[in-house]
Design a protein around this ligand. Structure first.
Ligand SMILES: [Zn+2]
Length: 93
């Protein structure tokens, strides 16, 4: 991850340890995935054994980890980093 955005120079790490809070956002996303995939396994798998739930949910969360990592950081930046969308830069990307 670069120190600043190459287009608009927004600092990606406003302060040391800024992304510790993203861990909690990622935890929330993971919980949502566990709930959704768990319900899907229940209905699509006709209530299988517990190990099936554990395996499918763990694989789903592992599969989404690269996305969770990035989106949790983005949400953290938008929520607490003073980042706002600026339409002047939308056309340059
Ligand atoms: Zn930017």
């Amino acid at each position: 991850m670069p120190a600043a955005c190459p287009v608009c120079a927004q600092a990606f790490e406003p302060e040391v340890g800024f992304y510790w809070g993203a861990m909690y956002i990622s935890y929330g996303f993971s919980t949502l995935i566990v709930a959704i995939v768990g319900v899907l396994v229940y209905f699509l798998g006709n209530d299988p054994d517990v190990w099936v739930y554990v395996l499918v949910v763990a694989l789903a969360v592992l599969g989404f980890t690269p996305l969770l990592f990035r989106y949790a950081r983005a949400v953290m930046l938008y929520a607490f980093g003073g980042t706002n969308f600026d339409s002047r830069y939308a056309k340059t990307v």
